[in-house]
Write a protein that binds this ligand. Structure first.
Ligand SMILES: N[C@@H](CCC(=O)N[C@@H](CS)C(=O)NCC(=O)O)C(=O)O
Length: 205
């Protein structure tokens, strides 16, 4: 069956992670560019995403938003890409943990650093202490090639996309485990294509 996939995309943004996922999935897709300037953005985009945010994906007429949700969705609907960990697999718990932790804790933690927001008490921040979170991730990455072990999954796309923004910032607590992980993933043909398309020269080489 011919799949109809359109990504509403803004370069060098959260939708870059979905672009990477689409390249890994390997099905034909089209890109509908969305202006990064709100005033220049077509108001009809609000029908795609009432929150006026990218990315959004249209798949066979159905819209899905939220970068991490789109990535997990694509992994599930295209099982041939082997990027999903199905229900019943004992690795499923970690697959969900890393996907959600990356989107809901690492991403906002990085934004706090970028905008130099006052530090939230560890008891209130979803990630506790950000340095401890990075130490935990680095420890996990020191033991394996991908976040779930030997298999590259969409959890790596969600996690590495967030860490990739982090390492571009001076104040991010960069570790060799994270840099090595990003370097490894940067060797993937799909990731290489995205790095070129989006001119992401800061990705560790
Ligand atoms: N929670 C959303 C956040 C999306 C988001 O913040 N997108 C930014 C780009 S990185 C955006 O649309 N910025 C343009 C704007 O708000 O006008 C997701 O993870 O997909």
């Amino acid at each position: 069956m011919h799949e109809n996939l359109t990504l509403y995309h803004m370069g060098f943004s959260r939708s870059t992670s979905v672009l990477w996922m689409l390249e890994e999935v390997g099905r034909p897709y089209s890109i509908c560019p969305v202006s990064s300037i709100r005033e220049k953005r077509d108001s009809s985009y609000l029908e795609i995403n009432p929150l006026n945010k990218v990315p959004a994906l249209k798949h066979n007429g159905k819209i899905i938003t939220e970068a991490a949700a789109i990535i997990l969705y694509l992994a599930e609907v295209f099982p041939q890409a082997n990027l999903d960990i199905r229900s019943g697999d004992p690795r499923r718990a970690d697959y969900l943990k890393w996907s959600f932790l990356a989107a809901s804790c690492i991403g906002p933690g990085i934004l706090d650093i970028i905008f130099e927001r006052p530090k939230i008490p560890a008891s209130s921040a979803g990630w506790g202490d950000f340095n401890e979170l990075i130490t935990h991730i680095s420890h996990e990455l020191s033991k394996k090639e991908f976040i779930l072990g030997d298999q590259f999954t969409s959890a790596d796309i969600i996690l590495a996309s967030q860490l990739g923004w982090g390492v571009m910032i001076d104040k991010f607590p960069k570790t060799s485990e994270i840099t090595d992980y990003l370097r490894r993933l940067g060797q993937r043909p799909a990731r290489k294509r995205i790095l070129e398309m989006e001119e992401m020269r800061q990705w560790p080489k």
